[in-house]
Design a protein around this ligand. Structure first.
Ligand SMILES: Cc1cc2nc3c(=O)[nH]c(=O)nc-3n(C[C@H](O)[C@H](O)[C@H](O)COP(=O)(O)OP(=O)(O)OC[C@H]3O[C@@H](n4cnc5c(N)ncnc54)[C@H](O)[C@@H]3O)c2cc1C
Length: 404
């Protein structure tokens, strides 16, 4: 498709949030430009685990069969371990959960969007074009370093944790209490892996965790994430901490004895949804995914809310385009919908994150669940069912967990 310089919508960033939003809009026949500073396929530092929410959006877009064809690991459950080392395995058979390298997954998403919209790779957005308060376009540098301008009725910031769009509309902030940093590397030869993802609440990482997410070919995505506030207060080097856990923690040292690091260990930021950006829609602009700070504060899962926000943004944008009105008043409907949809879930995850700091409570809860098949059954239901997840917000569930 030929690139012209006036669009209905420009989407900055072609990660899960941007590509999903572009796909929905493009399929509706909207004139969309999707730009990214990278050239696809490109890597994104991540744990690569996709579950319920992502999967339902991928299914809706008809992309799930495509993902089943590319290299991925199947995820049939979760292993949790407590700081004192109790292991709890929850199985969730046949739920479509998977682990897929972002270099592969994001490329599938980008290619699916590309069928419906104009795209520009190796284009780095540096600024927004405004008419008073109204955002009307983007300024950026193409791969030859030449400045280019593109115009649109609405600009969507899907440009991740360090979003330039969020910075240029004045809502960007890093609050260390609502922000996480994490590192990950790919390993070959880790022993004892099953068809489940592993979250280990080690003494040094809580309320964060050490993870092992296995692939079908026997390799694994291994990482460690912690609250930025704790990393700063304890002056922690996360890469060193992860390597120390692997070498010294009795849970892992045997399993990694013959393991080989087959990538660099890379780190990146996770803006947590315990503090969504103070404004995520305004005159001519909308923020989605990490740019809006929507990552689950307990699990660190961000792709689900990134894709969901891409879909919700599409609905409001589509309405605005039909009305021909691009003001904050109309685009704020997206913000209201995001807050309504995610509020209780994010509050509950934030509560769990804070409870997770209390080592004896984590030991107690994981011990109880490991011993009690009924609790395990209930946890399984909650992990696989979006509806049942709402039980997480029931105090009764926790009372049952603690006193049964
Ligand atoms: C170590 C780590 C482990 C994680 N593990 C998981 C996990 O297992 N499961 C999970 O669901 N989530 C996980 N997350 C979170 C997840 O990676 C993010 O929430 C998710 O990638 C957000 O998607 P997005 O589309 O909003 O942003 P991104 O995926 O970050 O995409 C943003 C895109 O914008 C582009 N861009 C940025 N700036 C510009 C610019 N100025 N101009 C043009 N383009 C630009 C980038 O190149 C990129 O392609 C993890 C995060 C980290 C750091």
């Amino acid at each position: 498709m030929a690139v012209t310089n006036k669009y209905d919508v420009i989407i900055v960033g072609a990660g899960p949030a941007g590509s999903v939003c572009a796909n929905f809009l493009g399929r509706e026949g909207r004139k969309v430009l999707l730009v990214d500073k990278a050239k696809f396929p490109r890597d994104k530092t991540c744990g690569d685990a996709c579950s319920g929410k992502s999967i339902s959006v991928l299914r809706e877009l008809g992309i799930l069969p495509e993902i089943k064809k590319v290299a991925h690991g199947v995820n049939n459950g979760v292993i949790f371990s407590s700081p004192k080392g109790t292991i709890l395995e929850i199985r969730t058979e046949n739920q479509d959960g998977f682990v897929c390298r972002r270099e592969i997954l994001d490329n599938v998403l980008f290619k699916a969007a590309k069928k419906h919209v104009d795209t520009l790779e190796e284009f780095t957005v540096t600024d927004l074009i405004k008419d008073g308060e109204q955002v009307i376009g983007i300024v950026g540098k193409d791969k030859n370093g030449k400045e280019q301008r593109y115009y649109a009725n609405i600009v969507v910031g899907a440009d991740g944790a360090m979003s330039v769009v969020a910075q240029k509309v004045g809502v960007f902030e890093v609050d260390p209490a609502h922000h996480c940093v994490a590192v990950r590397g790919y390993y070959d030869g880790v022993t004892g892996m099953k068809d489940v993802i592993e979250l280990h609440f080690t003494k040094t990482a809580i309320p964060g965790y050490f993870w092992i997410f296995p692939y079908e070919d026997g390799t694994a995505n291994v990482g460690l994430g912690m609250l930025t506030k704790d990393v700063k207060a304890r002056n922690i080097n996360l890469k060193e901490l992860m390597e120390r856990e692997i070498k010294e923690n009795p849970m892992f040292k045997e399993r990694f004895k013959n393991a080989r690091l087959i990538s660099e260990i890379k780190g990146w930021n996770l803006p947590l949804g315990s503090k969504i950006r103070k404004q995520i829609a305004g005159d001519g602009w909308i923020l989605i995914g990490d740019a809006a700070s929507l990552i689950d504060p307990f699990s660190g899962e961000g792709m689900g809310n990134a894709m969901l926000s891409g879909k919700l943004a599409f609905r409001t944008i589509s309405k605005a385009l039909r009305m021909g009105v691009f003001s904050k008043k109309i685009l704020s409907e997206y913000e209201e919908e995001i807050r309504r949809e995610l509020k209780s879930e994010l509050e509950m995850s934030y509560l769990l994150q804070r409870l997770g700091k209390i080592e004896f409570l984590l030991n107690l809860v994981i011990d109880k669940a490991a011993r009690n098949p009924e609790i395990r059954k209930e946890l399984t239901t909650m992990i696989v069912s979006e509806e049942a997840k709402k039980n997480f917000s029931s105090p009764l569930f926790y009372l049952k967990l603690l006193f049964s």
